[in-house]
Design a protein. Structure first.
Lengths: 114, 115
């Protein structure tokens, strides 16, 4: 069965420093991986996805993610964090089995301090 | 270019009442997904629909919950005889196609509070 793990409940970063939000996955077949961000009392906003091709995927708002097949990871990164990046981040994997549902991790709260 | 729309944004019901949540997908999207987010948790898949068809309802509770996506109009998630445990944020997402590579775009959610 497909699954996603986000090992950190919270990540704290100083503004201007690089940030990493971790995600590992378990899939049977090809992995289709997604990152979403959720601001308080809002819906999820799509950041980026890995389907195939380059292992470094670039997305919205300066975010990127690195797909590592051998480590089954898809970590979200940004070279220089902004206070406005503070939010809840979700990693997701396509459900597989011919269905299109997304399976989400529990989420990681990112706090960027001035 | 309007995104996914959900209404109401907030809904308060007393135990035993019915809740109806509506979702209008993005223009050109014919695939709709419903997810539930309990407080301090991630999103859990509930149901996947195309126009007039339920494709995957593996995440739907067996009783009291139903969903539809008629030929005309929004998708509806209906919860009968609500209980306090139904209090959650319910999110709808849509995509233009059914392929595994498709991105799902989410609405702002409906926050249901059962008193």
């Amino acid at each position: 069965a497909q699954s996603v793990a986000q090992p950190e409940d919270q990540v704290n970063v100083a503004e201007g420093n690089p940030l990493t939000v971790k995600c590992t996955y378990s899939v049977s077949g090809n992995p289709y991986l997604f990152w979403y961000v959720q601001y308080p009392n809002r819906g999820l906003q799509f950041l980026l996805k890995y389907i195939t091709g380059d292992n470094l995927v670039k997305g919205s708002y300066g975010f990127e993610a690195e797909f590592n097949k051998s480590q089954t990871s898809f970590h979200l990164k940004k070279p220089s964090a902004l206070v406005s990046d503070s939010a809840l981040y979700f990693c997701a994997v396509r459900g597989g089995g011919g269905y299109n549902k997304l399976i989400f991790g529990a989420g990681t709260r990112l706090a960027v301090h001035p | 270019n309007a995104g996914v729309m959900q209404n109401p944004r907030h809904l308060v019901r007393r135990r035993g009442q019915e809740a109806r949540l509506r979702c209008s997908p993005m223009k050109g999207h014919s695939h709709v997904y419903w997810y539930r987010q309990l407080p301090e948790e991630g999103l859990k898949f509930m149901v996947y629909l195309q126009k007039e068809n339920i494709i995957d309802e593996s995440g739907m509770p067996k009783e009291r919950f139903s969903a539809e996506f008629p030929k005309e109009g929004p998708s509806i998630l209906r919860i009968q005889q609500v209980v306090r445990g139904d209090s959650a944020a319910y999110f709808c997402a849509s995509s233009p196609g059914s392929g595994e590579r498709e991105t799902q775009y989410f609405g702002p959610g409906t926050r249901l509070l059962v008193l």
